[in-house]
Design a protein around this ligand. Structure first.
Ligand code: CA
Ligand code: CA
Ligand code: CA
Ligand code: CA
Ligand code: CA
Ligand code: CA
Length: 470
């Protein structure tokens, strides 16, 4: 009897062992694939990483949201829950999911729905060509040095407005300031500066100041300057706590919330990071920062621009898409909308500079640099719909190619530019004889772009100091 019992136990044990070893063998056989690279990126999905819950949230182009969590075999897709054959894991900081037919089928189905909707709405790209009115002096460094411009409007005499350019080659590099004739007024060698932006009426001391701020790749932080309307010179008022959390800062945009009155800087990074920093007067003649939100997209992000009136920001995930987010710090981690994708039709990688044309009554445009096609793509600011595409071709001034940063202003800048300007960095600057020069920025009057379109674009000058909440 005793022996029978022990045989029974032994058999149970053996069965259990067998079960266990075959399970282990099954887990060994599970194939893993990188979630973003193999599945989500080709599908044009947005991916954000939530460090706290070790989860990747993604939004498919159909709008459906999903989630996978490292260490868990469960996934969410829309309202349903599913199970992978094994747990999700990190390999070299990259999320890998067990290859699973059911999951891949569901994603592809969602994607097919989005494709049908897209092609139904897609309008073919239209092309306007314009020539530049003027160009700035070239930078003093060879190679890829000039990156991103910003336009500062003088409060009393718009003809005295400034073009501020970021130069990413140090010594002296840094921040360059030009007048509207393109003459360099000043150069501030504070580091390898990548993107620069401007805002008005920042509460400072007993009054307000206008500021220019820029990502500094040398110090991995933000530099902030006060703009002197009297002299057009910049004073560095960078305070404390402005060093980024991410490893390498890249793009930059300022945001002046018309909801709270607060000022923020958005920093983007090469791993898809987006950091939102609140900027404030530290009471000692400087501006300090405080990190208020971190978002993480699936791949490299640079170009970013805030729409102060609608309280949103747009970011270019360079090889993937332009995303629109809520710009308030409590605006969550997922985008509100996908404006367009890099599909070689309208956008050719990289998506580089982004800028907002503020018209009156909340109208206007979002303009993006499609670096790979030497073109600029215009979207309606309210609907996000594609409007038209333009190129700056050779004229009295050479045309532009492989543009990094750009900026636009609808407000009149004196007699030369009564309806504002568009500015673009030019990768390959040449002189009248076609000789190669160092890089610079080209200026086009907005009228030329607006009147060049099949259906003329808005010419609706809006004072950037008079923006309101919409
Ligand atoms: Ca470049
Ligand atoms: Ca800029
Ligand atoms: Ca870039
Ligand atoms: Ca760039
Ligand atoms: Ca050129
Ligand atoms: Ca030139």
């Amino acid at each position: 009897m005793k022996s029978l019992k022990s045989v029974f136990i032994f058999t149970l044990l053996a069965l259990f062992m067998l079960q266990f070893s075959s399970l282990a063998a099954a887990a060994d056989k599970v194939k893993y694939i990188p979630l973003r690279e193999e599945l989500l990126e080709p599908a044009g999905a947005a991916v954000v990483w939530d460090q706290q819950s070790q989860s990747a949230w993604f939004q498919l182009r159909s709008g459906t949201v999903g989630k996978v969590t490292v260490g868990s075999g469960m996934y969410q897709l829309g309202t349903s829950t599913g199970y992978f054959p094994a747990t999700v894991k990190l390999v070299d900081h990259i999320i890998h999911i067990p290859k699973d037919k059911q999951f891949m089928k569901a994603i592809n189905l969602e994607n097919a729905v989005a494709n049908v909707l897209d092609s139904a709405h897609q309008r073919p790209a239209k092309l306007i060509t314009v020539t530049a009115d003027m160009e700035t002096e070239a930078v003093e460094q060879e190679g890829d040095a000039a990156d991103d411009p910003a336009i500062w409007v003088h409060p009393a005499d718009p003809g005295q407005s400034l073009i501020i350019g970021a130069n990413k080659k140090a010594d002296p590099g840094g921040i360059e300031v030009y007048d509207l004739e393109g003459a360099r007024l000043g150069s501030y060698g504070v580091g390898k500066m990548n993107n620069v932006d401007v805002r008005y009426n920042f509460p400072f001391g007993n009054g307000t100041i206008d500021i220019a701020a820029s990502t500094n790749r040398t110090s991995n932080s933000i530099n902030i300057f006060a703009i002197d309307p009297g002299t057009g010179s910049l004073a560095d008022i960078t305070g404390d706590h402005l060093t980024a959390n991410m490893e390498k800062v890249y793009g930059f945009s300022l945001y002046h919330s018309k909801r709270s009155g607060k000022f923020y800087g958005f920093i983007t990074g090469k791993e898809g990071e987006i950091e939102q920093w609140e900027l404030y007067d530290n009471g000692n003649g400087k501006i300090n920062g405080r990190l208020v939100r971190e978002i993480k997209l699936g791949s490299v992000c640079e170009g970013i621009v805030s729409d102060d009136e609608y309280g949103t920001f747009y970011v270019g995930e360079e090889n993937v898409a332009i995303w629109k987010f809520d710009a308030e710090p409590d605006g969550g981690l997922l985008p509100q909308a996908r404006i367009d994708v890099v599909d070689g039709i309208r956008l050719h990688a990289d998506i580089e500079g982004l800028a907002i044309y503020y018209g009156t009554d909340g109208e206007g445009y979002l303009i993006a640099s499609s670096q790979g096609s030497d073109r600029y793509v215009i979207y309606d600011r309210q609907s996000g719909q594609y409007v038209t595409t333009f190129m700056i071709v050779d004229g009295a001034v050479d045309g532009t190619s492989e543009t990094d940063g750009l900026d636009v202003i609808s407000f009149g800048l004196g007699d030369h530019y009564p309806n504002g300007i568009f500015i673009a960095q030019d990768d390959s600057n040449t002189d009248a004889e076609g000789n190669q020069q160092y890089q610079n920025f080209k200026i086009v009057s907005w009228d030329a772009i607006a009147n060049g379109a099949d259906a003329p674009l808005l010419i609706a000058p809006q004072d950037p100091r008079q923006l309101i909440e919409r």
